[in-house]
Design a protein around this ligand. Structure first.
Ligand SMILES: NC(=O)c1ccc[n+]([C@@H]2O[C@H](COP(=O)([O-])OP(=O)(O)OC[C@H]3O[C@@H](n4cnc5c(N)ncnc54)[C@H](OP(=O)(O)O)[C@@H]3O)[C@@H](O)[C@H]2O)c1
Length: 230
């Protein structure tokens, strides 16, 4: 049975990826903090024949990362999707130390240490997917800490990809443009949610990329919108 670990699977893009990959013969190790929302993802995934396990941990702190790793156990995983993320959007002068710690913790530290922990045990042809953002390539005013976290994860990912080549473990970076999920609820301003991509659009791209032949790495996937930058 294939074992897929997806962080932030309780809603949004992570949930869509879980449902896209749910199939008989797949064990989905689904992480989140919201127990009810994660249970809903699990129920929907089980309807298409997957087995599921719920992993409830706060990835902003090392204790949560360690507990997640312990709960996944020593059996190898075939896919790690680093999807959990937060977006604090405000002028850089107003960013608090707590917001810095939370954002760097969830968006950078957790993915790095999950890769460090799981990659050595992943079999050849397996994949690590990092859900980055177009802001990992383009900077916008008021998005400094979010941009910084995604730029940082991109740099880590690109370097680690080279270390993993000899083991044939594939590192994939996904760069979605604006996608209609709850992450926008906390972003002030008017955003045209109806023009955004759907989480399912991003999940489709992830499924396509990881399902290439084992020796092929689709290193970078940028998903933009025909409506332009929203
Ligand atoms: N939506 C976009 O426009 C967009 C575009 C490009 C990239 N992205 C990236 O896509 C990823 C998913 O975002 P989304 O849009 O699907 O957002 P979302 O709907 O807000 O979902 C965020 C997920 O991250 C989890 N999470 C947040 N803080 C956490 C913490 N401290 N510990 C553990 N889990 C935590 C949430 O879990 P709980 O709800 O259970 O707490 C949730 O499952 C993020 O990395 C985001 O940066 C999003």
């Amino acid at each position: 049975m294939k074992r897929f670990l997806i962080t932030g699977a309780s809603r949004g893009i992570g949930r869509a990826i879980a449902l896209k990959l749910a199939a008989p013969g797949v064990m989905l190790l689904l992480h989140g903090r919201d127990i009810g929302a994660l249970a809903e993802t699990c129920r929907a995934a089980e309807r298409t024949g997957a087995k599921t396990a719920k992993l409830i941990h706060d990835l902003a702190i090392f204790r949560g990362i360690d507990d997640l790793v312990a709960e996944v156990g020593h059996e190898p995983i075939d896919l790690l999707v680093n999807n959990a993320g937060i977006a604090v959007v405000k002028p850089f002068a107003e960013i608090t130390r707590q917001e810095w710690e939370q954002t760097i913790g969830v968006n950078v530290t957790a993915p790095f240490f999950l890769i460090q922990c799981f990659a050595p045990r992943m079999p050849p042809g397996s994949s690590i997917v990092n859900i980055l953002s177009i802001v990992a390539k383009t900077a916008y005013p008021n998005w400094s800490i979010y941009c910084g976290s995604k730029f940082a994860l991109e740099g880590l990912s690109n370097a680690i990809r080279e270390e993993l080549r000899s083991r044939k473990v594939r590192m994939l970076n996904i760069y979605p443009a604006a996608t209609d999920t709850d992450i926008w609820n906390a972003v002030s301003g008017e955003w045209p949610r109806e023009q955004m991509m759907s989480a399912a659009d991003v999940a489709d791209a992830v499924a396509f990329a990881i399902n290439r032949p084992p020796a092929v790495i689709i290193e970078n996937v940028t998903l933009s919108n025909t409506a332009g930058s929203l």
